[in-house]
Design a binder for this molecule. Structure first.
Ligand code: M6R
Length: 608
């Protein structure tokens, strides 16, 4: 969850580290710090709060040197104070460490160090790593190899030592680390967004790898010290896509990028000639897929909502039963999984710890394992035997938007491919494929809704502490997603519910002015939904409906229509979520909140 960067090169390191941290800040923003190897001591600068606080200090107190590490923190052990910020050092100040993850044997190690008389300066588990490294002699790589057997849990660590000039050592077990190979410089970071400004040539470290990084080169060894070779990969990310490009917030930019993101995802997997989907070459053995009798989708958060839509799509189009699991539950519930179960881990980042653990479980049980993922080379990408890359490009805003809609399209593509494999495809599928090709235009229309619509939406929602989002069928997951978007960036409580269930409890919440947001596009169950809305209306609720603008029966009933164009039923989730993303965005802006970095959250949840 924390952001890590390390630099070994020929330039002043602090500007490079700060630039990298700026790009990683979405991973955590409780506190930040840098350490620079000076001529005769390691110099550290840290600050509680946002990176801007550290930057301010860095201007007032320049640290010179060409080797350094930096960190932006999402607190686990210890409050987000300056003392607990990283880098952490050993008592002698000879070793400095940045860390992402959790040491599970924290209590044991801490007790041991305190019993041995070590004075600890923080509450962090990270300091324990620095102390253990500082208590040893020799080159830093040797020290790390000596300390590794003592570390239990998940960690990605970069260390430097005053006794081993010009050297960074990076090691991981769980959270990701990627090395960037530059000209006369090498870097390491917790994700590629921090590197693409300087280099596109990267090496993804595997779990258990220990890398020695200097200006002149990189050596990677396994835990037993044997040198291992890892492929050098060329990134195809355009660094400009991780900039705000004139938008006030990344979230707004990413909402507006959805037509392109969808277009790119569809084009990548559409076989224009056959007017069908071409997922050949993704990596699956066709015989394994032919043997599949059920599907399990595992994910967290917004990606889990995409999977709920995926269940409708796959069950309807491929006639296979689908279970959707929170990855954090799946991994501990002894799921019935084996060679006949296709398991797909869905993840924007490809680094979510629970999703990875669920995928590992499925792989170990012999299931064909796929991933729908937005980051080529991520841990999910490397774990799966088949990968479908959503082409959303870098998503920086903590609230996921364009990754979500591209996941929906990716799941539809998977459903269509399974349909074909199972011999269910018909001529009529062409209509769906054509509608899919037109989908980006429909999203453009949804984005073009006038500002005053959202101004009115903000009035109806922002003054209430609670609201209810209702949907039915394939749009029920969109109610969940709309509620999550509002919660995570506006801190207003919102609950998503299947509209038909509302009478079984949540209706008790409704009173004068209580906002109810409904997904009321044209479906077979729209009349039933409208019946549910009448029930809350008669109890004083304010009603907002996502609907086609010409649906008079909806317009008559509600206070506000968030307009979307008509699209094929299976594609409605993609279009219907757009006004809910915008509504959440405008509410958060109106409330003066930090849209891109909401409190307590981090973009990439790399701990359990
Ligand atoms: O990277 P992932 O898709 O695996 O992330 C899963 C969730 O952490 C993520 O979707 C989270 O719920 C977002 N903040 C939602 O906007």
């Amino acid at each position: 969850m924390c952001g890590i960067i390390g630099y070994a090169g020929s330039h002043e390191t602090v500007p490079v580290l700060l630039d990298g941290l700026r790009r990683l800040e979405y991973r955590g923003y409780d506190s930040a710090g840098v350490a620079v190897a000076g001529d005769d001591e390691i110099r550290i600068l840290r600050a509680a709060g946002k990176l801007a606080n550290l930057e301010e200090r860095a201007y007032g107190c320049p640290l010179r040197g060409t080797l350094g590490i930096g960190h932006t923190r999402w607190a686990t052990h210890g409050a987000p104070t300056e003392a607990n910020a990283h880098p952490q050092t050993d008592s002698g100040g000879r070793v400095a460490v940045v860390h992402n993850g959790i040491l599970e044997n924290y209590a044991t190690l801490r007790h041991e160090l305190l019993s041995a008389g070590t004075a600890l300066a923080s509450d962090t588990d990270t300091e324990l790593i620095a102390q253990l490294l500082g208590s040893r002699e020799g080159p830093l790589l040797e020290r790390v190899l000596g300390v590794l057997p003592r570390l239990e849990g998940q960690y990605a660590v970069v260390a430097l030592s005053q006794d081993d000039p010009g050297t960074l050592v990076a090691f991981r077990n769980g959270p990701p680390l990627v090395i960037g190979l530059g000209a006369d410089e090498n870097l390491v970071a917790s994700d590629v967004t921090a590197l693409v400004q300087r280099t596109r040539r990267v090496i993804f470290l595997e779990n258990g790898d220990v890398a020695r990084i200097s200006r002149d080169g990189v050596t990677i060894v396994a835990g037993d010290g044997q040198v291992v070779q890892r492929p050098v990969e060329e990134l195809d990310w355009d660094p400009g896509r991780a900039e705000k490009s004139g938008y006030r917030h990344f979230m707004l930019k990413e909402i507006c990028e959805q037509p392109d993101a969808l277009r790119n995802t569809v084009v990548a997997y559409l076989d224009a000639e056959r007017q069908g989907v071409n997922l050949d070459g993704l990596g699956f053995d066709p015989r394994r897929i032919a043997a599949v009798r059920k599907v399990q989708l595992v994910a967290c958060g917004t990606s889990w909502h995409a999977c709920l839509v995926g269940k409708f799509l796959i069950e309807q189009l491929a006639q296979l039963p689908v279970d959707v699991d929170y990855a954090s539950e799946y991994r501990y519930r002894s799921p019935l999984v084996g060679g006949e179960t296709l398991v797909v881990g869905v993840s924007q980042s490809g680094e979510t710890a629970d999703t990875l653990a669920a995928m590992e479980l499925a792989r170990d049980a012999g299931a064909p394992l796929g991933t729908i993922c937005n980051v080529r080379g991520s841990s999910a990408w490397r774990l799966a035997e088949a990968r479908l890359l959503t082409q959303a490009g870098p998503e920086v805003g903590v609230a996921s938007t364009k990754a979500f809609t591209t996941q929906l399209v990716a799941l539809l593509l998977v459903a269509l491919a399974l349909r074909r494999t199972r011999g269910l495809a018909t001529e009529g599928d062409r209509d769906l494929v054509t509608a899919l090709q037109r989908l980006p235009l429909a999203v453009e229309q949804a984005l073009a809704a006038p500002d005053e619509v959202f101004r009115r939406g903000v009035e109806l929602v922002s003054e209430h502490e609670d609201s209810l989002f209702l949907g039915r069928g394939i749009l029920y997951p969109i109610a969940l997603e709309g509620a999550l978007k509002l919660k995570e960036i506006s801190y207003l409580h919102a609950e998503g519910y299947p509209a038909g269930e509302m009478k079984h409890g949540p209706i008790a919440l409704v009173q004068e002015g209580f906002p109810v947001v409904a997904l009321a596009t044209q479906t077979a169950t729209r009349d039933k939904l409208l019946g549910n809305l009448m029930e809350v209306r008669s109890r004083g609720a304010s009603l907002i409906a996502v609907s086609e603008p010409d649906a008079a029966e909806v317009a008559r009933l509600v206070d506000l229509v968030l307009p979307v164009p008509p699209v094929q039923h299976l594609l409605q989730p993609v279009v219907a979520v757009v006004p809910l993303q915008l509504l959440a965005y405008h509410v958060a802006v109106e409330l003066g909140l930090d849209v891109d970095q909401p409190r307590n959250l981090a973009k990439s949840v790399t701990v359990e």
